[in-house]
Ligand binder design. Structure first.
Ligand SMILES: Nc1ncnc2c1ncn2[C@@H]1O[C@H](COP(=O)(O)OP(=O)(O)OP(=O)(O)O)[C@@H](O)[C@H]1O
Length: 272
């Protein structure tokens, strides 16, 4: 499906598109290949600012591959080739002038398994701002670390132990630390690849609440295997199948009145 196509092709689910909805990420005709094998086919989608967009679909349909296109993480996979246009707030991310290190600060990523550095809690958060030169004094850095940990809903739990290793935190706390680390470099977009799959239900609920809070300041794209989670956290949902983006629209419309039979089969549990 193609969001650049006439509205009739977009489907009823996307008919509420307003002219003033700002687009954070615009993808057009994105094709991705791993060697000879094509993993994504002509994916076109607009990711709206300050909304949470869920990517759902059966295993192997290309959700993570698409997510990695947005901050060019596929560049680091040998044999992976990405074609098509991806813009971040109107800038072509494949433009030769685009600094990839800068791009990955603007488009942060949180992975399935929390992956704090083997360093202190403080250093986990301060590392990014330090290498990007975002602060000019120790006290500014302390403020930035505190602000990032507050935004990630972790400050109260770690304020007294900033020098302790990040790896000593619980899984859910580690994941919030990774979110604080992403936030610290002032991203525009945060990509989350199944961020709760290694967490228990309480830690999961915490992260889901956090995702909702973060939406005020950031645009979030999340890959999830859980349709319940997509329904809880996202305003928009994109359904992928066999490397195609089948449809995208408001989450409630995708789950209650999908326009494509494949989406309906998936959400009713007929496959996947
Ligand atoms: N590094 C890689 N090398 C070769 N093929 C890959 C690589 N990563 C993904 N693929 C293939 O690309 C296709 C899409 O995979 P991808 O991981 O994007 O799907 P997914 O929808 O995120 O799956 P899952 O839900 O299982 O995580 C699959 O056929 C997969 O085998």
């Amino acid at each position: 499906m193609n969001e650049a196509a006439p509205r009739a092709d977009i489907g009823a689910a996307d008919a509420e598109m307003t002219d003033d909805a700002r687009i954070a990420v615009r993808a057009r005709d994105v094709n991705v290949f791993y060697g000879e094998k094509q993993a994504l086919f002509d994916v076109s989608v607009d990711i709206r600012e300050h909304q949470v967009t869920s990517l759902i679909g059966p295993s192997g349909c290309g959700k993570s591959t698409f997510l990695r296109c947005i901050n060019r993480m596929n560049d680091v996979i040998e044999g992976c080739r990405v074609e098509g246009l991806i813009e971040l707030h109107g800038e072509d991310i494949h433009d030769p002038r685009m600094d990839v290190v800068q791009l990955r600060a603007r488009v942060g990523m949180v992975f399935q398994k929390p992956n704090p550095f083997p360093k202190s809690i403080f250093e986990n958060v301060s590392y990014g701002p330090r290498i990007h030169g975002l602060t000019s004094s120790k006290s500014e850095m302390r403020d930035l670390v505190e602000d990032s940990l507050r935004r990630a809903g972790l400050w109260n739990e770690v304020a007294e132990r900033l020098d302790e290793p990040g790896t000593g935190l619980s899984g859910g706390q580690q994941q919030r630390l990774c979110i604080a680390r992403a936030i610290a470099v002032r991203p525009e977009v945060i990509l989350m690849d199944e961020p709760c799959s290694a967490l228990d239900p309480i830690a999961t609920a915490r992260i889901e609440e956090l995702i909702d809070d973060l939406r005020e300041n950031y645009t979030i794209v999340i890959v999830t295997h859980s349709m319940q989670q997509a329904a809880r956290v996202s305003q928009r949902t994109a359904f992928f199948h066999l490397g195609n983006l089948v449809e995208v629209g408001p989450t409630d419309a995708i789950f209650t009145a999908p326009s494509d039979k494949r989406t309906e089969d998936y959400i009713t549990g007929r496959f996947g």
